[in-house]
Write a protein that binds this ligand. Structure first.
Ligand code: KG4
Ligand code: ZN
Length: 361
């Protein structure tokens, strides 16, 4: 079964084709990072307009790269939740139109759940050269999902059968990376630029707090972000009324690198503490990480050091937003669920992954 996956929930327009839930035939990602960089974050209206400009070309390219035509495609999987309303509309309207016109079954995919499925891609067409895991994860599978909008620990018993163990009570971890990068004067997106600056810094230079929460597997990153802000204010000798956007100009490169390293170390250690506890409490057969922050090398290293089972990580390119993860989940979904009518698919900008069709049908 060959599924075309279409993703447009935030600032990447992406399309990919996956065969039988494990083989990547093409993977096209058009990022808008350069467009949003000047604003220091994603501007929703600009994102939606940029998706319109490239979506058809991205989909065509996915077919061309896979050397396939529409008659080779058995289903279209598209992100319908969660994400930016205008951005989601472009991907879903494109998918609905093609499904209707070409009479191809259409499957609605939850973006956060799909991030986990980047870990199920173990084979690829010759023209691709990703460094992929050798085997698919086994169930029960513990998934640490860490992106710009989500921080969750989820226990999967099977495809579509999972329990949310814990989640962030305020900011997502990727959001904390992005906000701390702004405080430090590092470019958007904050995750990669903090990781880069941190390689030259001392992770023990500043003592930063870890949040204590009631839920054993819940997270909180808003306090850590504020702690970085206060520590920077103290370091440069200003009080809390000083405009935060002027702080970074007073930091030198050594201080900036030390703050990046100290923040990254504490944020990642918090994630790994909770993942380690869940591992010991639930004894999963495999552990996966998913979402943009899963591209973080410090997370990969700390997690492998602390857990007693070998972890196969998905390549960095499949951790940030892409169509391959949508198509892969689409394959498993299509085997188990009926397609949705192209006329009735609606976007759901804030739907939780515990309320998808798996759980309501
Ligand atoms: O999954 P994603 O591409 O989009 C969402 O669904 O949110 O995740 C984007 C997030 C951003 O917050 C970005 O700063 C973060 O992932 N990120 C990283 C790294 N690469 C991307 N965070 C830490 N280290 C990285 N290397
Ligand atoms: Zn994402």
């Amino acid at each position: 079964m060959r599924i075309l996956g279409i993703e447009s929930s935030c600032d990447e327009t992406a399309a990919a084709i996956v065969e039988d839930g494990d083989t990547l035939l093409s993977n096209v990602v058009r990022t808008q990072i350069d467009i949003h960089k000047v604003y220091g974050g994603v501007v929703p209206e600009v994102a939606a307009r940029s998706h319109i400009e490239v979506v058809n070309a991205v989909i065509d390219q996915a077919l061309t790269d896979a050397r396939l035509t529409w008659k080779d495609i058995d289903g279209i999987a598209v992100t319908y939740a969660p994400g930016l309303l205008g951005s989601l509309l472009i991907g879903t309207l494109s998918a609905r139109t093609i499904a209707l016109q070409k009479n191809i079954p259409l499957y609605p995919i939850h973006h956060v759940e799909a991030h986990v499925y980047a870990n199920f891609i173990t084979k690829q067409a010759e023209h691709l050269s990703l460094s992929l895991p050798k085997e698919q994860p086994k169930f029960p599978m513990l998934a640490l999902i860490v992106s710009g909008g989500h921080s969750q620990l989820v226990l999967f018993k099977d495809h579509g059968d999972y329990t949310l163990l814990g989640q962030t009570q305020d900011d997502a971890v990727g959001e904390a990376f992005d906000k701390v990068a702004k405080i430090l004067g590092l470019p958007y997106p904050g995750g990669p630029s903090i990781a880069e600056a941190a390689t030259k810094g001392d992770p023990r230079a500043y003592q930063l707090p870890k949040a204590k929460l009631q839920g054993a597997y819940d997270f909180s990153f808003s306090g850590l972000k504020t702690a970085v802000l206060r520590a920077v204010q103290r370091e440069v000798g200003v009080d809390t009324s000083f405009p935060s956007f002027e702080l970074s100009a007073r930091l030198n490169d050594v201080q900036r690198a030390n703050f990046a390293a100290s923040f990254q170390h504490t944020a990642i250690e918090t994630l790994v503490d909770k993942a380690e506890k869940a591992f010991h409490d639930y004894s999963p057969a495999s552990v996966v990480i998913a979402g943009g922050v899963a591209a973080n090398q410090e997370l990969r290293t700390q997690l492998q050091e602390r857990l007693p089972l070998p972890i196969e990580y998905a390549p960095m390119q499949l951790c940030t937003d892409n169509g391959a993860m949508i198509a892969t989940l689409g394959c498993f979904y299509a085997e188990r669920m009926r397609p949705i009518s192209p006329l009735s698919l609606e976007v759901q900008p804030s739907l939780s992954m515990t309320h998808t069709a798996w759980h309501t049908s």
